[in-house]
Design a protein around this ligand. Structure first.
Ligand SMILES: [Ca+2]
Ligand SMILES: [Ca+2]
Ligand SMILES: [Ca+2]
Length: 133
């Protein structure tokens, strides 16, 4: 009984995750969101900063274009041929690096209702808008 129920749950989850994948990028998206959002299922400013800084290979607090391009490819994120363009979109304070000057702007753009948290819906919507071709 207990076992059947967990199988049932597993199947439900499986079906949901398959349905939720638009064009194959969905699995990555779920993984990223869950990894950084934590148990409350919402991204704070600090949590989104942590996501951007995971591109910072040399740990100098700034994401250079080459760090961004190579991490984007390594992570198997969508449309790596467009990574240079994504970098330009994210470089809100245009100085050819992504750092703490840019992150709050990106956060505000992605936090659609301005409540200080990015929900999975807000994240998915903006991720797809910015990074799908
Ligand atoms: Ca760096
Ligand atoms: Ca910048
Ligand atoms: Ca929000």
């Amino acid at each position: 009984m207990c076992c059947c129920f967990s199988n049932f749950l597993y199947n439900q989850q499986f079906v949901l995750s398959v349905v939720a994948q638009p064009g194959g990028g969905g699995a990555n998206l779920d993984r990223i969101f869950n990894q950084y959002a934590g148990t409350d299922n919402q991204l704070t400013n600090a949590e989104l900063n942590r996501f951007w800084l995971h591109f910072d290979d040399d740990g100098d607090g700034e994401v250079s274009k080459s760090e961004f391009d190579s991490s984007w490819r390594q992570e198997n994120f969508p449309n790596p041929q467009n990574a240079p363009l994504f970098f330009l979109e994210l470089d809100r304070v245009a100085d050819e690096v992504l750092n703490s000057q840019d992150f709050p702007h990106i956060f505000r753009l992605w936090d659609e209702n301005g409540d200080g948290f990015i929900t999975e819906r807000e994240f998915r919507f903006n991720w797809n808008a910015y990074f799908d071709d």
